[in-house]
Design a protein around this ligand. Structure first.
Ligand code: SAH
Length: 312
């Protein structure tokens, strides 16, 4: 079957960072991409599913800084459709949850560019899978609200805690920095000292779970030696008594595999399956697009690998 009618742009959810949690569709889009515009939270290894010739462009937005403005990302995406057949806009988690999806869809529509949206596993779902809990639970929480602790232009505004008042679950994205203020708001409005869990780097090698209650979580987070990476906060009875159930990661392997991408992919996936992190160093084996060399140079330089392997 030919793909001649394939859309020009795919707005793809990359999931929480673990490449095994990519959808099959996302993987196929990445494999077909001529250019990938990727966000900060995308694991660079996922980019290695693309062709060695694919152009990789970081349009990273971290929660508290903006590397490229949204209108610049939009403009770049449109520009790339003029020179490349398949453009993949790769976003962390699900593009439809705090992913500025509407902005990008609107601009594509305005330019009459064909596109498709590919959902991804959102951070809240990823986090709960690690806690062995549901975001909803029969008899415990009948609803769930996704909210954010981060606001446009850093304006102060309160989170929507209606859900908590109704006994539901609140998932707070981008809220770790503002946690003291957010927890204070919850305390002011909700009588119960509800259970809270903050999950950093959910499903990834450096995953970390901090559990407590609305009254205690802020101090526990403040006591961490450093902020471990992106974290999602879950408030509500669904995260009661989770501490003892938190999985302990048995293996913290950071592996560099030297060789051709196609030959190393399975080996790398096995490492992820075992709970580790891997990247393929194919800078010598293949002629890569300069943008790929650039990223690999920086990444391989700054990572302390526990193992450096060759092709199996
Ligand atoms: N579209 C993304 C969310 C983008 S906003 C999604 O659906 O998941 C970025 C925020 O998502 C981060 O500040 C953090 O709160 C959360 N997040 C993303 N990946 C995460 C991960 N692996 N673990 C924990 N939180 C994560």
């Amino acid at each position: 079957m030919s793909l001649t009618n394939a859309p020009q742009v795919y707005l793809v959810g990359a999931g929480p960072g673990n490449p095994l949690l990519l959808s099959k569709k996302a993987e196929r889009c990445i494999q077909r991409a001529d250019v990938i515009l990727y966000d900060q939270l995308v694991n660079p290894f996922i980019l290695q599913l693309s062709s060695p010739q694919t152009e990789w462009i970081h349009v990273g937005k971290t929660p508290y800084t903006t590397y490229m403005r949204q209108d610049e990302i939009n403009a770049l995406m449109i520009e790339k459709t003029k020179t490349h057949q398949t453009v993949v806009r790769l976003k962390g988690g699900d593009p439809a949850i705090f992913g500025r999806l509407a902005d990008e869809v609107d601009i594509l529509k305005a330019h009459h560019i064909s596109f498709e949206v590919v959902p991804g596993i959102t951070a809240a779902s990823a986090a709960m899978s690690q806690l062995h809990r549901g975001l909803t639970e029969r008899g415990v929480a009948r609803n769930i609200t996704f909210t954010t602790g981060h606001f446009k232009d850093n304006e102060e505004s309160s989170i929507d805690i209606t859900t908590l008042k109704n006994g539901g679950t609140l998932a707070i994205y981008m809220g770790v920095k503002r946690l003291p203020k957010l927890m204070q708001e919850v305390q002011n409005e909700v009588e119960d000292d509800l259970p809270v869990a903050v999950i950093f780097n959910a499903t990834c090698v450096n995953q970390q779970v901090i559990a407590g209650h609305v009254s205690t979580i802020t101090d526990k987070i403040a006591a961490l030696p450093e902020r471990p990476g992106p974290g999602i906060t879950i408030v509500g009875h669904v995260v009661r008594d989770i501490l003892e159930e938190v999985p302990v990661l048995s293996q913290v392997d950071y592996v560099c595999i030297k060789g051709k991408r196609s030959n190393c992919m399975e080996q790398a996936m096995d490492i992820y399956e075992a709970g580790g992190w891997a990247i393929i160093d194919d800078r010598e084996a293949l002629t890569l697009h300069p943008t790929q060399v650039e990223l690999l140079d920086v990444l391989i330089e700054k990572t302390s690998f526990t193992h450096v392997l060759g092709e199996a």
